[in-house]
Ligand binder design. Structure first.
Ligand code: GLU
Length: 546
């Protein structure tokens, strides 16, 4: 039997050959330095921060070189799959402004000429590639059961040998065609393994774009390339897909670093030029002075849904990821405030090879700055959108009082040192609830110096009957000064300090009373602006309420 006939028995019903596929997916016609890369998650339904970080870097690198960024779904591990797992990923990427040039756009559809972009739909392609190896005596059928593999392992442990399916331990590597055909006839299940031409004592030297020059032992493991269910393993799918899809760069988590010798070997066997690799270390978190990996289980901020739920702007998250990726970004951004992330070029060499610190506090600071630079109308739209999903009460208020809310959001905005009390859109309500009558209830007045209720009543009565005037800030403040004077308080803080015995207090204490009665708080943005927006009716109502 020829090798070809033999391969047809091992992997039947595969119509096209590996040569056919090479023609179906022609080489891309792109500028010389264009980066073609991808985000290749399993369909687990969500993206976590570490993955978003890699996806962000990948998409940015493609964009800044006029290359291609695509989304490929790696669903060869059917056990890990969840329903609608692709849609969740697509939504997360979209939310974070990471747009794809090619790849999956729904559970079943894709755009681009190099599809399918979901591995379970590429079974024939992998098998065609595997058949090429079988025909060339570079792959074989392995019938070892779980138990047999466990026995081999046990023996290796006992003999203190390196664990794995290689060399003399690779039992089925040495089966004859007839033996294989007999086993198949007997209904024995099999996988296809690579017949590795490597030697463990040889070294592979390669330069990782992030980790630098590395020397690793050559691969001599006869790794599985096609599993019992006919689907490929990660290693083999990586070779086939990234070759056919024309990936120039593989940007992925550094848990794959030790597999590089396998991947280089596969590319070499097929005579393909290998892609460049950039292995990204996990994001780190500082805890009690120690660094550990940001954990999906322990750290809520590791889930990107966290940012959505709190209303942390995606732009701020991306700005922060850019800072984490290349620490020189921060300085650049400070000096180029009007520019966007797109104007900055990321550099592989500046990515930390040991893992960057992910500091949520810092992200929130960036977010505060970001929100403070927005126009009130933008804050309005974004807060409205946020509340639509997460705070019905706020949503209704914002809809009902649109112009008023925009005015509230405009207090101390669009000025040299804008107000910075919002790191997330959920802060809006926390910081401004008192501006809405509907929310101005169930609170405690936090009085400061003047606490005597009769005295307070005197102040507000006299204010509203004689001194209320918000036509402009000077008039407003002068009136409060006169009010203070009439009630025995110093008009100026300085006067009070010079002669404390002469006064009951000073103008600051009096305006504090107004502030607390109107907002319940001692700390608020500009009181004049607040009073102007509240207007006389509301102010009187609140005085009466007290
Ligand atoms: N599916 C692999 C993972 O999620 C992709 C790694 C890669 O980018 O090649 O880890």
């Amino acid at each position: 039997m020829t090798n070809k006939e033999f391969a047809d028995i091992l992997l039947p019903n595969v119509e096209k050959t590996f040569e056919d596929y090479k023609k179906i997916y022609p080489k891309r016609n792109l500028p010389k330095n264009a980066i073609v890369t991808r985000y290749a998650p399993s369909p687990t339904g969500y993206v976590h921060m570490g993955a978003l970080f890699s996806a962000f870097i990948a998409s940015k690198m493609a964009k800044q070189t006029n290359g291609v960024f695509f989304l490929r779904i790696e669903d060869t591990d059917k056990k890990r799959e969840i329903a609608d797992g692709v849609s969740g990923i697509i939504k997360d990427l979209k939310n974070y402004g990471i747009s794809i040039d090619e790849g999956m756009i729904s559970e079943t559809e894709w755009i681009g000429d190099y599809g399918p972009y979901i591995q379970s739909k590429r079974k024939d392609i992998y098998q065609a590639f595997a058949k090429y190896l079988i025909i060339n005596d570079l792959a074989y059928a392995c019938f070892c059961t779980e138990e047999e593999l466990a026995d081999i392992r046990k023996e290796q442990e006992d003999l203190k040998q390196r664990i794995g399916y290689y060399g003399k331990w690779a039992r089925d590597r040495y089966l004859s065609q007839d033996e294989v055909l007999n086993k198949i006839k007997n209904g024995e299940k099999y996988v296809i393994r690579l017949k590795s031409p490597g030697k463990f004592t040889n070294k592979v030297v390669y330069t990782d774009l992030v980790k630098g020059k590395l020397e690793l032992p050559e691969n001599d493991l006869d790794i599985i390339i096609i599993k019992g269910d006919g689907l490929p393993t990660y290693h083999f799918a990586h070779l086939v897909d990234d070759y056919l899809m024309g990936s120039t760069h593989i940007i992925r988590g550094d848990e794959w670093l030790s597999s590089v010798p396998i991947h280089l070997q596969l590319f070499q066997i097929f005579g393909f030029e290998p892609p460049k690799y950039a292995h990204i270390a996990p994001l780190m978190k500082e805890e009690n002075g120690n660094r550990r990996k940001l954990s999906k289980r322990k750290d809520p901020e590791a889930a990107i849904s966290y940012y959505h739920e709190k209303g942390i702007p995606t732009e701020a998250v991306l700005l922060y990821l850019c800072t984490v990726a290349n620490s020189n970004f921060e300085m650049w951004y400070l000096q180029n405030k009007e520019k966007m992330i797109d104007d900055f070029d990321l550099d592989f060499k500046k990515i930390s090879s040991s893992g960057s610190l992910f500091d949520v506090e810092k992200l929130l600071n960036i977010s505060k700055n970001y929100i403070s630079m927005l126009k009130a109308s933008e804050v309005y739209e974004k807060t409205l959108e946020y509340s639509k999903h997460y705070d019905k009460e706020l949503y209704d208020l914002l809809e009902k009082h649109k112009d008023y809310s925009i005015n509230v959001m405009n207090i101390e905005r669009e000025q040299k040192k804008p107000r910075k009390d919002m790191a997330m859109f959920s802060d809006y309500k926390k910081e401004n609830w008192y501006m809405y009558d509907e929310l101005f209830k169930d609170f405690k007045y936090q009085f400061d110096k003047i606490t005597n209720r009769l005295e307070i009543k005197k102040i507000i009565d006299l204010y509203i009957s004689k001194y209320y005037d918000v036509s402009d800030k000077d008039t407003w403040f002068n009136n409060i000064k006169m009010l203070s004077e009439e009630l025995g308080y110093a008009k100026e803080v300085r006067e009070y300090k010079e002669n404390p015995d002469k006064y009951k207090g000073h103008v600051g204490d009096v305006s504090m009373v107004l502030r607390v009665i109107l907002t319940s708080r001692t700390m608020t943005p500009d009181l004049y602006e607040i009073m102007r927006l509240l207007g006389k009716n509301r102010i009187e109502k609140r005085f009466n309420m007290f």
